[in-house]
Design a protein around this ligand. Structure first.
Ligand SMILES: NC(=O)c1ccc[n+]([C@@H]2O[C@H](COP(=O)([O-])OP(=O)(O)OC[C@H]3O[C@@H](n4cnc5c(N)ncnc54)[C@H](OP(=O)(O)O)[C@@H]3O)[C@@H](O)[C@H]2O)c1
Length: 257
């Protein structure tokens, strides 16, 4: 029987590309998205079996509903990719608190809930690989996306802590830190009027996904998702002050009007 992978946020963007690359490597895939496009996009995954699940992971019982679908298959879960996430652009003075609380729920709370299910199952089977998509925003203050960056920093730190714990169970945990990537992400975050709103200069989601999948399968602790320029940028951040990084980030995230 083919190995099984769960990929959240796989109806589009980076998650879709991760799902596609795992399918090409012979994995059966459980794809997840909140909208009905998860059914259509799943038809474009070629390899093994595909099981689309349409569920809002922020809804009460959403994670439990997804997990019931995983358990229904009655098979060990070999890979879990916790990837679904969103941002919200704009000055914190102007942004809507409910939208920010929704983002915190999706990017942090629902991830922790799902991680609990995944980790419990993988510890029991004493095998498995977990990939957590965070962001290079985990490495910098993110003005004009001031809540988003901290959600990614949370998940990066969580991934590294979990990695150490899960070594005892033969389970690897890898963090993927994409740089800016050409998906719907910044449009959904209402950032069309920023430098991030222009997809022409950003990383190819297929490249970001490939780096994530290779690191996952190699059991690496983390990987920067992007081209050479992105990786040099990440390296430079080790030597910059928080204030300098905040200024640099604002040059791309500040709305033009
Ligand atoms: N793009 C970037 O520049 C960038 C950079 C660094 C890190 N990242 C990280 O990469 C991850 C994926 O981003 P992306 O660029 O691929 O974004 P994207 O193209 O907007 O895709 C987001 C995915 O998440 C799903 N999703 C959104 N809300 C959901 C919910 N409530 N419940 C279940 N699924 C939900 C979407 O499904 P539906 O829309 O079909 O519901 C879609 O499949 C995120 O964690 C993000 O933080 C992105």
């Amino acid at each position: 029987m083919a190995p099984l992978a769960l990929v959240t946020g796989s109806s589009a963007g980076i998650g879709f590309n991760i799902a596609q690359q795992l399918a090409q490597r012979g994995y059966d895939i459980i794809t997840v998205g909140a909208s009905d496009r998860v059914h259509e996009s799943s038809k474009h995954l070629h390899g093994g079996q595909v099981y689309p699940v349409q569920v809002d992971l922020t809804a009460d019982g959403g994670v439990e509903q997804l997990w019931a679908e995983v358990e229904k298959l009655g098979r060990p879960l070999d890979i879990a990719v916790l990837n679904a996430g969103k941002s919200l652009g704009g000055s914190f003075v102007d942004t809507d608190l409910d939208e920010e609380l929704y983002m915190l729920n999706l990017n942090v709370t629902s991830q922790v809930k799902l991680a609990k299910k995944v980790v419990t199952a993988m510890a029991k089977q004493r095998s498995g690989r977990i990939l957590i998509t965070t962001s290079m925003s985990a490495l910098t203050p993110t003005p004009f996306e001031s809540i988003y960056g901290p959600t990614r920093a949370f998940m990066y730190s969580f991934a590294q802590g979990l990695r150490e714990e899960m070594k005892d169970y033969g389970v690897s945990v890898t963090a993927l830190l994409p740089g800016a990537t050409a998906t719907d992400f910044h449009h959904t975050a209402k950032m069309d009027n920023t430098k991030f709103g222009d997809n022409s200069w950003k990383n190819d989601p297929a490249l970001v996904a490939r780096r994530g999948v290779e690191a996952l399968l190699a059991g690496k602790d983390h990987v920067i998702g992007g081209n050479l320029k992105t990786r040099i940028d990440a390296f430079k951040k080790k030597f910059q002050s928080e204030a300098a990084k905040a200024q640099q980030f604002a040059r791309s995230s500040r709305p033009s009007k």
